[in-house]
Design a protein around this ligand. Structure first.
Ligand SMILES: [Zn+2]
Length: 322
């Protein structure tokens, strides 16, 4: 394909293709490609279906007028405040174009394609591919467990802080790949806090740079822990302080003493999640700190396997914040 085919009529391309001997691999690629093509109206229909008749995003009023279409979507007008809007207003997908390519792009999100590979697969430029990745992921990852089941493992993992893509660094540049200036966990590391219950539900938080504090643990974990929760962590002081302060039952695994497990008291689920996340992250060749939570959210959505088709991902993103 490529530029040589530009300007050819569809009939010519089809005629040319008919003369090519197709091998099994070629047939598989052709079928995959066919399967990825959607009717242009399909995405629009899924969006309208997922949104229903949305209330006014400004005043939540349910009394609305329908007033024509724009970019293929029904427009509404609020009877109370007069605001015009559509099914995507207030979601991360608002004002994104080329909706006929969204479903194939979401398939690339499910397959964790690089920005470049996804751009090639659906025929958008790389800037668009990058923007879409973060909008779609942010839209889908808001679906998260409100509360974890009672037995919860919590632990942090640290990633070297990255200002990839930023024009101005707030520190001297590192050599490519990069190693920290200081040993151990410091302000050069981003802290990703992960809590997992024994049913496999996951909650993830980027707490900022440096070691996690009791105050951060309280802000992140308290809302997702049940009142009868048993919190399992390593022996870091921050967890003890947080658990005591909030009256949460707490068991610590003393990893430093070489004790990894005491019956059901272990961190194997959360540490398994960390290691899968870090392995998965390698394909992106470094991610900027400001997007870290998008990547952990993306990995959470993939790991949950509930939103495992493009229409389900799209539905979650359309229902963002609703
Ligand atoms: Zn209104």
């Amino acid at each position: 394909m490529g530029t040589a085919m530009q300007g050819l009529a569809f009939d010519d391309i089809l005629a040319a293709l008919a003369t090519v001997p197709l091998h099994t691999d070629d047939l598989v690629r052709l079928r995959d490609w066919m399967a990825s093509i959607n009717h242009p109206g399909e995405c629009l229909a899924l969006i309208e279906q997922a949104a229903g008749t949305p209330p006014c995003p400004r005043c939540q009023c349910l009394r609305v007028h329908r007033c024509g279409h724009a970019s293929g979507l029904q427009r509404y007008r609020c009877c109370r405040c007069g605001r015009s809007y559509n099914a995507l207003t207030g979601t991360p997908l608002a004002r994104l174009r080329l909706k006929e390519k969204w479903l194939p792009y979401l398939q690339c999100v499910l397959e964790s394609h690089s920005v470049r590979k996804a751009a090639l697969a659906v025929g958008v430029d790389r800037t668009t591919s990058f923007r879409w990745r973060h909008r779609f992921v942010r839209g889908a990852m808001h679906e998260r467990p409100r509360q974890l089941s009672p037995m919860v493992e919590a632990d942090e993992t640290y990633l070297l802080e990255s200002q990839k893509g930023s024009r101005q660094l707030d520190r001297p540049a590192r050599r490519r790949g990069g190693t920290a200036q200081r040993r151990g966990i410091s302000r050069e590391h981003d802290c990703l806090l992960v809590a997992r219950d024994r049913g496999g539900q996951t909650a993830d938080f980027h707490t900022g740079r440096g070691p996690v504090t009791a105050t951060q643990l309280e802000a992140c974990l308290r809302p997702v822990l049940a009142t009868d929760a048993l919190l399992i962590s390593d022996s870091a002081a921050a967890y003890k302080v947080f658990a005591r302060r909030c009256g949460i039952t707490h068991e610590a695994v003393n990893l430093k003493a070489g004790i990894r497990t005491r019956g059901a008291i272990h961190l194997q689920n959360v540490n398994g999640w960390h290691s899968r996340f870090k392995t998965w992250l390698l394909r992106f060749r470094g991610v900027a700190s400001r997007y870290l939570v998008n990547y952990s959210g993306w990995q959470r959505v993939l790991g949950d396997r509930r939103l495992n088709t493009p229409p389900l991902l799209l539905r979650a993103a359309v229902q963002f914040g609703k």
